[in-house]
Design a protein around this ligand. Structure first.
Ligand code: HEC
Length: 458
């Protein structure tokens, strides 16, 4: 028994050593692999065409920004990943131990460390010209778009004629911006009646401002979307989107200015496949939103599935005054399943979320959407200061306040039933639940992640 204290002592000593070793992470052993895994997909040298403003691929890059790395990772601002619902592909958030190791590294003076990095450890991810090999069809923006130095974030649409003489099935789309730093989002829409060409003819400059009513992301939703870091995901295997012959594609790009004049001429790569199953896009909450100044509001919508379906993808589309987004599914037996929860929406990080395995939803399942909005000045993301009456802006009219769910009927013969059941807008209801008398101060919200200052809208 007299060994016990000695043993205990040795044990404590050992823990102490382990602790100390743990307290001294080094760049080479701990930080470089972590940044490589979680950050470098966006933070590479500008020559590699990624969207983040600086590279995190060398010791100097990381050490120089030590405190900032701690701040953005502790608050969850970086890496950007807005949903708390588990089970999505390409999940990007950091675990608590990962956040902790960055903090301990910086706290201990950001040592580089002497251990040898394995030669196979690359410090940057090579970016192939086209992510899935050479596309079957490459479409290039007809002209180069000039982005002024000091404009606000702007949306612009460009017509891309396909010139196809036969119907095609698209299994993947790749976006290749020429200047990724200025591209925040891009979406491709189908135009089968030449509306885009008419708009372009009227515009008199490169591209046009907004959709005419004839171009709609229906019935399949957008053909594909691109967002910072969530770029170029192939469609799921066995699924494709039909592209009718003679159709045009409309490329809608949201540009972010850099303070100097920039240009963009994007290319789109299309990958074809034999005919495949076609997804149907359900939009929850498409009604237009008018929000008085200094108001908060809740939007709800619901839809009941007429046939057994698989949920393949879910994409929230909201503006900066949206705050919390919740999509749930209630099975016919009353079992409630979380589909997508975003407790702290940030329009800058809009993206599509894809379940690791498609979610099976039985016929009779009720899908519900609940969104809260805060149009007060206390909302740090409200671009309108002073608070302003929010109206659906033309260019985003179709997207204001909606979540798109891509569904695949379990039995292909149910596709028509599913499509016919899609709700016709306007539908969802708004409950404007708080109106502040002008000038009355509101309580400040809890400090959240750092917020990028939004340029004031026009
Ligand atoms: C999906 C792409 C993406 C990933 C992954 C990503 N970043 Fe970023 N990061 C950006 C972009 C884009 C910005 C520019 C700021 C903005 O647009 O909001 C940025 C900005 C930053 C900033 C500056 C923040 C500020 O206040 O200006 C830091 C620091 C940063 N990132 C660190 C990281 C770290 C550390 C990781 C990994 C743990 C990471 N990022 C992962 C895209 C990304």
């Amino acid at each position: 028994m007299r060994f016990l204290p000695a043993l205990l002592g040795a044990f404590l000593l050992l823990i102490g050593i382990v602790r100390r070793a743990e307290a001294q992470p080094s760049y080479k052993t701990d930080i470089a692999p972590l940044l490589q895994k979680r950050c470098v997909a966006c933070h590479t040298a500008s020559s590699e065409g990624r969207a983040a403003p600086f590279a995190l691929t060398s010791y100097a890059d990381a050490a120089r920004r030590g405190r900032q790395l701690v701040q953005v990772t502790q608050t969850g601002y970086m890496p950007p990943w807005k949903t708390t619902t588990p089970g999505f592909l390409h999940q990007r958030g950091l675990t608590e131990p990962e956040k902790d190791v960055i903090k301990r590294w910086v706290d201990s003076g950001a040592p580089e460390g002497a251990s040898v990095v394995s030669p196979s450890q690359k410090t940057s991810i090579p970016v192939p010209a086209w992510p899935f090999g050479k596309p079957d069809l490459i479409l290039t923006m007809p002209d180069t778009y000039p982005l002024a130095a000091n404009t606000n974030e702007v949306s612009r649409c460009f017509v891309l004629p396909t010139g196809l003489t036969q119907d095609k099935w698209v299994r993947a789309v790749a976006f290749r911006p020429s200047n990724p730093r200025i591209v925040r989002f891009a979406s491709l829409y189908l135009d089968t009646n030449g509306q885009g060409r008419q708009q372009q003819a009227l515009s008199g400059s490169v591209g046009f401002y907004a959709f005419a009513s004839g171009i709609r992301p229906l019935p399949q939703g957008t053909l594909a979307d691109w967002s910072v870091g969530a770029d170029n995901m192939p469609f799921l295997s066995g699924v494709a989107v039909k592209l009718p012959r003679n159709s045009d594609l409309i490329l809608q790009v949201r540009f972010q200015p850099t303070g100097k004049p920039e240009t963009e001429r994007m290319q789109i790569g299309l990958y074809f496949s034999p005919p495949q199953k076609e997804m149907v896009t359900l939009r929850l909450g498409v009604a237009e939103l008018y929000l008085p100044r200094q108001a908060t509001a809740t939007q709800t919508d619901e839809y009941t599935l007429p046939v057994d379906s698989l949920l393949m993808e879910v994409t929230p589309n909201f503006h900066p005054v949206a705050q919390k987004i919740s999509v749930k599914a209630e099975s016919p037996e009353g079992k409630i399943q979380e589909i997508l929860e975003i407790p702290d929406w940030d329009a800058a990080w809009k993206q599509a979320y894809r379940p690791e395995t498609p979610v099976r939803l039985l016929r009779g399942t009720r899908l519900t959407l609940r969104v809260s909005y805060d149009n007060t000045e206390a909302n740090p993301r409200n671009p309108w200061k002073p608070s302003h009456r929010v109206v659906p802006s033309l260019e985003f009219m179709e997207e204001m306040g909606s979540v798109w769910l891509r569904l695949l009927p379990v039995r292909p013969e149910d596709a028509a039933t599913l499509r016919a059941s899609l709700p016709v807008k306007p539908r969802s209801s708004f409950d404007i639940d708080e109106l502040e008398p002008e000038g009355k101060p509101r309580p400040r919200p809890q400090p959240g992640p750092p917020v990028k200052t939004q340029p004031a809208p026009p």
